[in-house]
Design a protein around this ligand. Sequence first.
Ligand code: GLN
Length: 186
Amino acid sequence: MQIGVLALQGAFIEHEQMIHCLGASSFEIRQKKDLDHPMDGLIIPGGESTVMGKLLHELRLFETLKEKIEKGLPVFGTCAGLLLLAKKIQNDNRRHLATMNIEAVRNAYGRQLGSFYTEADFGDRGRIPMTFIRAPYIEMAGKDVKSLAQVDGHIVAARQENQLVTAFHPELLKDLSVHRYFLDMI
Ligand code: GLN
């Protein structure tokens, strides 16, 4: 299995390591020609959604990636990746790939003091550790979106068909549950 990892900025190496631990291969997407590589799934890492959104356009990756996701390419977005996939960001007038029927709140736990660790149930995979770093949460999810995890009454992981998002960073801990879930989706 070949997983493309958007490698413009942010925590992409950690995602690749998790993918390798699970026996799949990864390649980095930095420029348009990288999209010619066979791709079974795509990971959009955490980082800064405004920067990544801008780079997607500047590097002419935006249209092709959006089209691939809309056609069913399995995609997993963490944190800023969730914001890039959200149809709407309630406290930001930008929208990016906007392929997923969710409304997110950016920096929902506060800008500076918003980093914390907790544990919660994730789908049918039981309790998993979760690290949040200036994270968003999902304020509204469409009928076609399934909530997979909640923390303090807010949705922090969800799936809509081929699209999986987490507000937290599973790639920064040792637990492989979320990446395994993503590979199972593929
Ligand atoms: N706060 C960042 C944003 O708004 C997301 C933070 C992260 O990806 N850890 O894009």
